[in-house]
Design a protein around this ligand. Structure first.
Ligand SMILES: Cc1cc2nc3c(=O)[nH]c(=O)nc-3n(C[C@H](O)[C@H](O)[C@H](O)COP(=O)(O)O)c2cc1C
Length: 182
């Protein structure tokens, strides 16, 4: 006979959640400021939001360069790294913002519909125009963007549908590092 399932109530302090039950998929958001200076930052509270648009969104802090750039230029790209980029994604923040791209060895290329570049090493990217920002207390926001172009590496478009997510090999939050943004 199986044991009855027992639940442990967690604190409402999100920082303490481990495991964090709603796992975020780690993405790299690229943006540019008004002078064209490029920023890349990992974000993991990212999700599709609506078919119509289509609209995608992610959580951000208003102190972040990513937020400031998007407020200023109204554009960004969500790059979807695969598992092979996990270490580089986590190590990225060890470098100052203006050295992240060179230190991580990522290649940037001009996109089709926005000035922010996409990351060539990522098997998928979504170019977006700012749709709306929802502000929460204490300096957090959710940024919604209308997708103006989306591209997926050809190798992910296998004939066998069940293989397609394997080919994308998504980089979910590595819980052994920390669960803060899980
Ligand atoms: C794996 C991972 C996931 C992250 N997810 C988020 C997130 O969802 N939202 C957020 O505001 N910051 C997140 N961060 C922290 C930002 O990447 C970090 O604060 C960064 O310095 C912001 O860069 P920016 O100022 O260039 O935007 C995450 C960091 C890592 C390593």
């Amino acid at each position: 006979m199986s044991r009855p399932r027992r639940f442990v109530e967690l604190s409402l302090d999100k920082h303490s959640w481990s495991p964090s039950p709603l796992l975020g998929q780690v993405v790299l958001v690229t943006s540019v400021d008004a002078h064209g200076v490029i920023d890349v930052a990992p974000k993991s509270w990212a999700s599709m939001a609506a078919f119509a648009g289509p609209i995608v969104g992610f959580g951000c802090n208003v102190d972040h360069g990513t937020y400031r750039n998007i407020e200023s230029t109204g554009e960004f790209v969500i790059n979807v790294p695969d598992g092979s980029l996990a270490e580089r994604t986590w190590n990225m923040l060890a470098s100052p913002r203006d050295e992240r791209i060179t230190q991580s060895g990522l290649t940037l290329r001009r996109g089709r519909t926005v000035a922010a570049p996409f990351v060539v090493e990522c098997p998928a990217h979504l170019e977006c125009h700012l749709y709306q920002t929802i502000a929460f207390p204490k300096g957090e926001v959710f940024i919604f963007g209308t997708i103006s172009s989306i591209a997926v590496e050809e190798a992910c478009l296998t004939d066998e549908l069940s293989e397609r997510y394997h080919a994308l090999n998504p980089n979910t939050v590595q819980l052994d590092h920390h669960g803060l943004f899980g």
